[in-house]
Ligand binder design. Structure first.
Ligand SMILES: Nc1ncnc2c1ncn2[C@@H]1O[C@H](COP(=O)(O)OP(=O)(O)OP(=O)(O)O)[C@@H](O)[C@H]1O
Ligand SMILES: [Mg+2]
Length: 332
């Protein structure tokens, strides 16, 4: 862990006395810098500065100067707008990959369904503007979405799971070169103008492969998304996947784990797993990113041929259920 992250992590554990929740949950740590002369420069938000500033200043000084041994400390306090009643925190889980076709959308969709099966209120955003595919994965008709009276978009519904995709807005035969810029703007609406279930707990994001503008946009809408990196088992694919993981980290997103997809094929005739696409890629990326390998999903067709969603009777459905549970443990 680098020094700034080390400081952030310690600060995040401090409790805002007025809110009664941690700096992490209240997003109170705005900025951490270490100057050349080893002076630590902090920007911190507090709910009641008048009441708590002195006390918190002391607590932070103890941490930075005594515990960590930095010679100097400057803290700029500002008012926290955090409001316990209205602020229900939505967990954003982004699914990324180094290259296309590794099963990112399948993973995103099946993961969202698994969260739903675990009793969560879930939405999913198709943010892969050039290759959006969620409607067909869920078997949803491609037709314009309705809007509320105050012009908010009403997401499509898959069994209670809310789905938002550019496909619902685009004439099907529009050339790709026109779609790009239009769709980039559309993403903004997905974050600002959608009538999500007000109690929504998790929003899964199917992100485009690689690192690009959309990733940066997403960073500005959801600064604290947890990322899941999807890769295939081939060791040669892992350096591309790694790049995407490092890119996500660079813009401040935490890569909480790796999912290896198309890991093997279970051959019923021989009752053996066959490693068609090689072996070890997932493990390799996980080690390099210092994140856990959360699941290895085999090659398998869903039982229901109308969608690409696995049921709980499918082996893959069970694996996604276990994966969703692991992710909740990691982020809650
Ligand atoms: N575990 C699996 N078993 C069988 N088929 C799979 C599996 N994972 C993905 N597929 C299939 O592979 C194809 C690519 O998957 P998907 O569209 O999810 O990948 P992607 O990474 O989102 O691709 P793109 O970059 O084009 O968006 C799809 O046809 C999908 O149904
Ligand atoms: Mg996709």
């Amino acid at each position: 862990m680098n020094k700034v992250d080390e400081i952030k992590e310690l600060l995040n554990q401090i409790i805002d006395p007025t809110l009664g929740i941690s700096f992490k949950d209240a997003s109170s740590v705005i900025d951490v810098k270490i100057n050349e002369d080893q002076v630590v420069d902090l920007k911190i938000q507090l709910k009641s500065r008048k009441k708590d500033e002195n006390h918190i200043k002391l607590e932070i000084a103890r941490l930075i100067k005594i515990k960590l041994g930095y010679p100097g400390l400057r803290i700029e306090f500002s008012d926290s707008k955090f409001n316990l009643e209205n602020e229900k925190k939505v967990m954003y889980i982004g699914v990324i990959s180094g290259k296309g076709g590794v099963g990112k959308s399948s993973v995103a969709a099946n993961l969202a369904v698994a969260f739903k099966r675990l009793g969560k209120i879930v939405g999913i955003i198709d943010a892969d503007v050039y290759g959006s595919s969620l409607p067909s994965i869920f078997g949803l008709p491609i037709e314009p979405l309705s809007t509320t009276e105050d012009d908010l978009l009403i997401p499509a519904d898959y069994d209670g799971l809310e789905v938002m995709s550019p496909e619902f807005f685009m004439p099907k035969n529009q050339p790709l070169m026109w779609r790009g810029p239009m769709l980039g703007k559309l993403i903004t609406h997905f974050f600002n103008d959608v009538a999500w279930n007000p109690d929504i707990e998790i929003i899964v994001l199917d992100l485009p492969p690689g690192t690009g503008d959309i990733q940066l946009d997403i960073q500005s809408f959801v600064p604290d998304a947890s990322m899941i990196l999807v890769t295939t088992p081939h060791p040669n694919a892992s350096h591309v996947a790694l790049k995407a993981g490092l890119g996500a980290k660079e813009i401040g997103h935490e890569v909480i784990g790796v999912v290896e997809n198309m890991s093997y094929y279970y051959n019923e005739a021989s009752a053996k797993n066959e490693f068609i696409f090689g072996e070890g890629g997932g493990k390799q990326v996980a080690e390099l990113l210092n994140a856990p390998l959360l699941a290895q999903i085999p090659i398998n067709q869903p039982k229901n041929p109308e969608t690409y969603i696995y049921t709980l009777e499918d082996m893959n459905g069970k694996l996604y259920y276990a994966l969703a549970r692991k992710i909740l443990e990691l982020i809650q």
